[in-house]
Design a protein around this ligand. Structure first.
Ligand code: ADA
Length: 575
């Protein structure tokens, strides 16, 4: 069951065995094959470790864990990149083909308590085997167990709580929540449940109908303080089955709505001010620490943000926990980057996309910080071939979680065919950066282009839908300034972001902005990187070490001028 503190796997050693296997065919591997073992920490991206930096191929991680004899268990993987096959006691249990989505491996009961876990990972691009990852994505795709692995021992007999989903909507003022208890094992058609919110007395619910394995309850929290970025009040819900299986989730009382062309949080119109953020740091690549995530959230808050877009994949649960606790609204999306027709023609891609979308919602649905579900960044949304995937994705998200808004980031503002599916229209726009060869003053392109897009959207029948600028940015190389203030200088970047913020925050048709990007991040190398100096996407307002560029102060000025009155921008340490 989802719990709010990550429970690391109970391995006997801190480090796991690791071996880089190189170009072997994954199917030729067996845990019985001999390997030359090293020791590495988990989580880790093996190709971010100095000994293996930049390598592509197969690799294997191995450890031991204990489960009381006779009990089944679940291994819950935060993310393994890009492809993996998980073996328990030498037996292949699951293949998984999305490097950023959480997944579960069922561990069958055994006579012995000590068990062996082997994870074969592979970071090679292979469209047939791993169609969700393609080589042209503008961020470096690593290999390894990049997020925490946790273990959950299941009851020896009877049913168990698979996970608990809290749904908060129009009842937020009264403290009313809908709770869905997803059951596993032989829980039966009626279950007895005990619930407790915060430190309130426990409540018993006899013979709750578990239709299709889901028992639904409506509960009222005594403490009705709402959750908001300015006051992120969290509540705890504990749920237990009569056989003692139990767990806790956190939730917040808040409602998000899209109406009259605006986004409303707890009944008040809200302007989103934020950044896109990749989960990435130079030390460990995508395997970041809680401290690094914490520092990023603090920097975002210092910049005056109330919003972050988790580009371009499901988020680390620890990051979402921080957003819940520190008060940052989140757009979480399923993995996607600019896919075109060949991707949508792949049955394996559809199956993997479906599985990971569900896994994202299952893992993240209780975070009050998440207000928007997104999917498929910059896919071919001006074309017919995305229709099936877009319609199915939206229907799935609405069925799984009617309490949040749905969006996708479009790069086809004037020709997009699917705005009707979204609650919030997200536009990725780069006027004054891409495609302005020969233009004398590219900054002057920004505001008129925004207006043209807004007018097009209103004219084509979507006047009631809120619009946000889901990406805009320019490259600024850290430390690069010169008298021309030309492209790639910190100065042009700062002026660019200022112009974008002023229009997006000042134009009443806009509900906000997510700047591209929070920090510089490693991207594709070799020939792919000709437009990416250093093989980095340098559009960060901070560089990769989180050193602020000129744009930092400028954006802070824009966002803080627009700060909600109850939310003060601050500058810790006088920065
Ligand atoms: C796109 C894309 C981003 C990044 C950006 C850029 O909008 O969604 O991931 O690649 O362009 O820097 O060009």
């Amino acid at each position: 069951m989802v719990n709010y503190s990550p429970r690391p796997i109970t391995a006997p050693t801190v480090l796991w065995d690791f071996a880089f296997l190189g170009k072997i065919a994954p199917d030729s591997y067996s845990p019985a094959s001999p390997s030359a073992w090293e020791r590495v920490p988990v989580p880790s991206a093996f190709d971010a470790l100095p000994d293996h930096a930049g390598k592509r191929g197969a690799a294997v991680y191995r450890t031991r864990f204990t489960v009381p004899a006779g009990h089944g268990a679940r291994l819950e993987f935060g993310a393994v990149s890009m492809w993996c096959r998980v073996f328990v006691d030498g037996v292949p249990m699951k293949d998984h083909a999305c490097g950023y989505a959480p997944f579960i491996v069922e561990v069958p009961a055994a006579q012995q308590a000590e068990r062996e876990l082997v994870v074969l990972v592979d970071n090679r691009y292979d469209f047939d085997r791993v169609p969700m990852h393609e080589e042209y994505f503008d961020f470096y795709q690593y290999g390894g167990i990049i997020r925490p692995v946790s273990l959950r021992v299941l009851p020896a007999e009877g049913g168990f709580i698979d996970h608990v989903q809290t749904l908060v909507g129009e009842g937020w003022r009264e403290g009313r929540i809908m709770v869905k208890v997803w059951l596993g094992g032989n829980a039966g058609e009626r279950v007895a449940l005990t619930t407790r919110i915060d430190a309130e007395p426990a409540a018993t619910h006899e013979a709750v109908v578990a239709a299709d394995g889901v028992a639904t309850l409506t509960l009222i929290a005594a403490d009705k303080r709402p959750w908001s970025p300015a006051s992120p009040v969290l509540h705890a819900l504990h749920v237990a089955l009569s056989n003692g299986d139990e767990g806790s989730v956190r939730f917040g009382l808040r409602q998000v709505e899209a109406r009259a062309g605006a986004i409303w949080l707890n009944g008040e119109k809200i302007l989103l001010k934020g950044y896109n953020r990749h989960e990435w740091h130079p030390t460990g690549g995508p395997a970041t620490s809680l401290l690094e995530m914490f520092n990023d959230v603090k920097l975002l808050k210092d910049l005056g943000c109330n919003f972050v877009r988790g580009s371009h994949y499901p988020q680390d649960q620890r990051f979402l926990d921080l957003c819940d606790e520190l008060g940052l609204l989140v757009w979480e999306e399923n993995l996607g980057w600019g896919q075109r027709e060949n991707t949508f023609a792949s049955a394996k891609w559809h199956a993997d996309h479906r599985e990971t979308l569900r896994a994202m919602v299952r893992a993240s649905a209780n975070h009050p910080s998440i207000i928007l579900w997104g999917f498929l960044n910059e896919a071919g949304s001006d074309q017919e071939y995305v229709r099936e995937a877009f319609e199915e994705t939206v229907a799935t998200l609405r069925a799984l979680d009617p309490s949040r808004l749905i969006t996708y980031a479009s790069m086809f503002a004037l020709t997009d065919r699917y705005y009707h599916l979204a609650d919030v229209i997200g536009l990725n726009l780069y006027p004054g950066w891409y495609g302005c060869e020969g233009v004398e003053n590219p900054l002057e392109l920004i505001a008129p282009h925004f207006r043209k897009c807004f007018e097009h959207i209103d004219r084509t029948g979507f006047v009631d839908k809120p619009i946000i600028i889901s990406e805009i940015g320019a490259e600024g190389l850290y430390g690069w300034r010169d008298a021309h203030n030309d492209f790639f200088t910190e100065t042009y970047q700062a002026a660019y972001l200022k112009a974008a913020c002023e229009e997006a925050l000042g134009n009443p048709r806009s509900s906000g902005i997510a700047l591209w990007h929070f920090s510089d991040v490693r991207t594709y190398g070799g020939g792919w990187s000709l437009k990416r100096p250093r093989a980095f996407n340098n559009k960060g307002t901070l560089d990769e070490y989180r050193r602020p560029k000129e744009a930092y102060r400028v954006v802070q000025g824009c966002f803080c001028r627009k700060a909600e009155s109850e939310e003060k921008c601050h500058s810790p340490g006088g920065t």
